[in-house]
Design a protein around this ligand. Sequence first.
Ligand code: SF4
Length: 396
Amino acid sequence: MSPKQALAFVKKHGVVLQAARGPIPSLAEAVAGERIRGSWWGHPKGQEIFFAAEAIGESPDVLVCKLVEGKVTYVHRRLWPALVKLASSFPRAQLAKVWSEHTASGAHRARRVAFPAWVPAGVAREAQRLSLAEAQSLLSPLLAKHPRSWASASPGSGDARAGPMPRRSLTLRRAVQVLRKHQGPPEPPPTTDPFELILWENVAYMAAPARRREAFELLKSSIGASPQAILSARRQALERVTSRGILKATFAAKLRECARVALDDFGGDLGAVIRLPLDRAKRALRSFPGIGEPGAEKILLFAGRQALLAPDSNALRVLVRLGLVREGSSYSRTYAAARALAGGFSTNLRLMREAHQLLQRHGQSLCKRAALRCTECPLARECAHARRESRRSARE
Ligand code: SF4
């Protein structure tokens, strides 16, 4: 493992032990590729482990501390706001930044900066903006394996506002588990091809999922889903497809425009587009009609390129009501908060797709914009909105 790969390993897992065996991954064993008996210094890959540990220790993006069971632990910067938010869950000494220095005589001298002196101002501000639920979700892999830390989570935070309903700590992981059990496994979109996923977004505006599927199947069977086939199709044939939703003429024209953009700007092949770095891929996908940032992220998710939650407006509403995401002053801020939450959830594409679909469906079926059906909701006992409503009705 090169030093660069070692840093990527810490970034991926968020919290990693240097060499000790514990409830989270160990860098030394990852480099060794096997369980290490005794000191890693004596392992055939001891030098490689040393260089990896040196690179991590010098990285400004990694906190070296003794967070897990007093053993040398690496915490990636992406989790610092959550760590700061949940600081009272851990012994303060374990949050100090530690390193060792060589003295003139060649001996090692242990050095430390106490918590929170090492916390950058920007991270402290981010921590303030995070809800306790978001922080818990980001650190859930660690907290799940440290029930004592979990149990001591900050009692003074907003999360302690228990109402008449019994209180449980909800995380995105748990919400997804509950919804999976309640709804069953979701049916994925009918394609993983990026251009077809763009068509899927435009094929039946405001249609129910079954009508959208019907429209897409009709498009494929009667016209074809290549840019060339769509551009040579007659307007009436396209409108027969888009009539499964509303504004059939507008969306028939949009299908044509999608085909034109695909051919003129990308040579008819979006395979290379989705392999671009994330920002560039999203910018390219957003040049298609009907594709905003959530749509672009959704295409990258279902094309198998990026494990992004990409919540649509239904899913975002569910996350806010559950108390997992704080509603921002704009849609894009709320969306960004959901992205931060998802960053700590999983890097697994299958899980992320499932979470995307389960949350969306929950927002379409029970957790609707109006006419909520909380009494049928499997998450009601853990939902912030339902607890607030319960307290309000107890007061009236
Ligand atoms: S309890 Fe109500 S508000 Fe909360 S997630 Fe369920 S349906 Fe939505």
